[in-house]
Design a binder for this molecule. Structure first.
Ligand code: S3P
Length: 432
């Protein structure tokens, strides 16, 4: 049983962007509710190397004092984006326009991920970017004067879209990006909040023109909780009998709430209250355990649940019927190949799961069992899938690279222990 109230970490995507936009403006800004996990710290370090002063006031607050993007300095060393694809790709969009040379590197996982998808459109804008022979990091970027382009992206990726749009803020003329399906729109919401000249032409098309005024950022910006982190509790509480978890201040941006629609369709018991809507919608979720049904997921839903698919797969092992995830080949180029690795881990747990080229098929429900040594492959989301499976099984599992969750959810283990303890206390009180 899991019981209690969860204080979520700040949204990872929004924290990256808040750090970026606050750093571009010549002023002091405060970011509250920020996620200071390893990924966002890579973005912080990146701007520190460019000459921005960033102070951590406490575990969720940053104070950023920037001389402004016009004063950024060539970093003395290569910038290490660590495990963070968002840092590497979004920074490429900005660095492509700055008048010096930068080198971006990353950890073993990031050095395997495709960067051509960003470098290629940026080169069309006039950028000079050199990648490895296989189109990966390290990237050597020599800033140039950029020209706006119209780009039809072959992938629905907010990182690709955002890199081009960020470059578009520095490029002459206008820049238009079309996507095959809508990806998360946090960059565009910042454009609206910061008064940039831009337009959402339709759901799949965004236009931006060169930013020629003073760069601005609010004195204080508050980051909502991360729904992708909440997903682990939504599935955990759904699967573990008699659970009830309240999750407050969670971001409910419609480009991210696919997990709620998927779990709703699966028969989950989730109550949703929308509380605040300023820039990013925010609300509260209450989840109770439920019997789940199988579901088909594909098409426009995929970008809206892209980071939640591994934990949805765990839910599907306990759902009645056949779950089919298709058109999700993007998962193969995440922090790990999340199709192959999810299938391997769930098979090892006893699930009936079959890998396909662009997803997987799961037959449920099957009893799960703890057998052998599990490995997160250093992928934060897979580490949390395994920890939720462990809580569900209620037996300790041997999980290698268990702490990979620190990339996006440093307090994950502490929160899980708290929810288990509260459940035990309420169980004792019930018996009394
Ligand atoms: C992100 C976009 C998504 C997501 C990633 C964060 C972002 O990746 O998987 O965790 O902040 O823009 P893609 O843009 O590659 O789809």
């Amino acid at each position: 049983m899991l019981k209690g109230t969860v204080l979520l970490p700040g949204d990872k995507s929004i924290t990256h962007r808040a750090i970026i936009f606050a750093s571009l403006a010549a002023k002091t800004s405060r970011i509250e509710g920020a996620l200071l996990g390893e990924d966002c710290c890579a973005t912080i370090q990146c701007f520190q190397q460019l000459g921005v002063e960033i102070e951590r006031v406490n575990t969720t607050t940053l104070v950023i004092t920037s001389p402004g993007v016009e004063q950024f300095q060539q970093p003395e060393q290569a910038i290490d984006c660590q495990n963070s694809g968002t840092t590497a790709r979004l920074m490429m969009g900005i660095l492509a326009a700055l008048p010096f040379q930068t080198t971006l590197i990353g950890d073993e996982s990031l050095q395997r991920r495709p960067m051509q998808r960003v470098a290629q459109p940026l080169r069309q804008m006039g950028a000079q970017i050199q990648l490895s022979q296989t189109g990966t990091l390290p990237a050597v970027i020599t800033g140039q004067r950029l020209q706006g382009i119209t780009y039809h992206s072959p992938v629905a990726s907010a990182q690709v879209k955002s890199a081009i749009l960020l470059a578009g803020l520095f490029a002459d003329g206008e820049t238009i990006v079309y996507e095959p399906e809508q990806s998360r729109d946090h960059t565009e919401r910042f454009f609206a909040e910061l008064g940039f000249e831009w337009q959402q032409i339709n759901q799949l098309t965004v236009r931006v023109t060169k930013h020629q005024r003073k760069w601005n950022f609010p004195d204080c910006y508050h980051v909502p909780g991360d729904i992708s982190s909440a997903a682990f509790w939504l599935v955990g509480a759904s699967l573990i009998p008699e659970s009830i978890i309240e999750i407050s201040h969670v971001g409910l941006n419609p480009t991210r709430t696919g997990i709620l629609e998927v779990l709703d369709q699966m028969g989950a018991n989730i109550e949703r209250q929308e509380i605040d809507f300023s820039g990013e919608p925010v609300g509260k979720l209450i989840v109770k355990s439920a019997t789940l049904q199988a579901i088909n997921i594909g098409g426009a839903m995929i970008p809206r649940v892209i980071d939640e698919i591994p934990i949805i797969a765990l839910a599907a092992t306990q759902a009645h019927g056949q779950t089919c995830v298709s058109q999700a080949e993007e998962l193969r180029v995440k922090e790990s190949d999340r199709i192959t690795q999810t299938v391997q881990l769930l098979k090892q747990l006893g699930a009936e799961i079959m890998e396909t080229a662009d997803g997987f098929i799961i037959d449920g429900p099957t009893p799960l069992q703890n057998q052998g040594v599990y490995d997160s492959f250093g992928d934060h989301r897979l580490a949390m899938v395994l920890a939720i499976a462990e809580a569900y099984l209620a037996v300790p599992m041997h999980i290698k690279r268990r702490k990979a969750y620190c990339v996006s959810y440093p307090d994950f283990e502490t929160t899980l222990t708290m929810l288990q303890q509260e459940a035990r206390i309420s169980g004792i009180n019930l018996k009394k």
